[in-house]
Ligand binder design. Structure first.
Ligand code: MN
Length: 265
């Protein structure tokens, strides 16, 4: 069997500690190639760059190993790799480990999840991995437990004959005190994962600024453990299959009945 290859990317940037932890854990599983943005693109969703050329530089990661930093977004990174910068299509794409959870309706904002989507749209299975770094109050969030779980999950996935098509597997890992085993739950997407509010003030020139902010709602969540938010709140790893088909199938027929009533239709 040909050597298996995994493409790793993220939205926190090529120097993020979560990316390095993921890479080091997955090196035991397969050949790993890193294409990551040269800056932080968190909450970039599926932003793509069409109006200017992109740069790709070979860089040394913090452990001295080779990676590629691009001037593009997370989705650009995956595109560049799949459209020719890798010698062949990878067997799997893993995006992360993100600095912060990507849950519920807010997954559509996520650059981490979007990068994984970029892979599955061309038929390469993809996993997004995010960690509740906010709850890890140590000076440096410890990505090791998430990376270990990701490696076990990826090893399992690569051993399967066939993986679901056009589906991103969105993995979120809670903060767990040292020694506590991480247990996975299969979940659906929950509701809002962050609050939203506006911080206003005046800049040094006296002009108003507006800062859109939010806090995680996971802690107060009363959601059922069948949702990703509820599972995380209860201390489980959540694994949510996310479909690229955003069609609301239940509304196709009711909308059909509207058509004759639309003026001019
Ligand atoms: Mn991020």
């Amino acid at each position: 069997m040909a050597e298996r290859m995994i493409l790793i990317t993220n939205d926190d940037g090529v120097n993020a500690p979560g990316l390095l932890a993921l890479k080091q854990a997955l090196e035991d599983v397969a050949r790993v190639e890193v294409f990551a943005p040269d800056r932080n693109w968190s909450a970039a969703s599926r932003t793509r760059t069409f109006h200017k050329p992109l740069r790709v530089d070979e860089v040394r990661l913090l452990d001295g190993s080779r990676g590629y930093a691009t001037s593009g977004t997370p989705s650009d990174c995956v595109s560049l790799a799949l459209l020719g910068l890798l010698d062949r299509l990878p067997d799997l794409i893993v995006s992360g480990i993100n600095d912060g959870l990507n849950l519920g309706r807010d997954v559509s904002l996520s650059g981490t999840v979007a990068a994984a989507m970029e892979g599955v749209r061309v038929g390469v299975p993809a996993v997004a991995v995010s960690f509740d770094s906010v709850s890890d109050r140590s000076e440096m969030p410890d990505y090791e437990p998430s990376a270990d779980f990701a490696a076990r999950f990826v090893r399992f996935l690569l051993d399967q004959q066939e993986l679901p098509q056009k589906i991103v597997l969105n993995v979120n890992v809670p903060y767990a005190p040292v020694g506590r085993k991480l247990e996975p739950r299969v979940t659906r997407l929950g509701g809002e994962a962050y609050s939203n509010y506006l911080v206003t003030g005046k800049d040094p020139q006296g002009r108003n600024y507006y800062w859109i902010s939010g806090d995680p709602l996971t802690k107060e969540s009363t959601e059922s453990e069948t949702t990703d938010i509820g599972a995380i709140a209860a201390g489980y790893v959540s694994i949510t299959p996310i479909h690229l088909d955003m069609t609301e199938h239940s509304l196709l027929q009711p909308l059909e009945a509207w058509i004759p009533q639309i003026d001019g239709a």
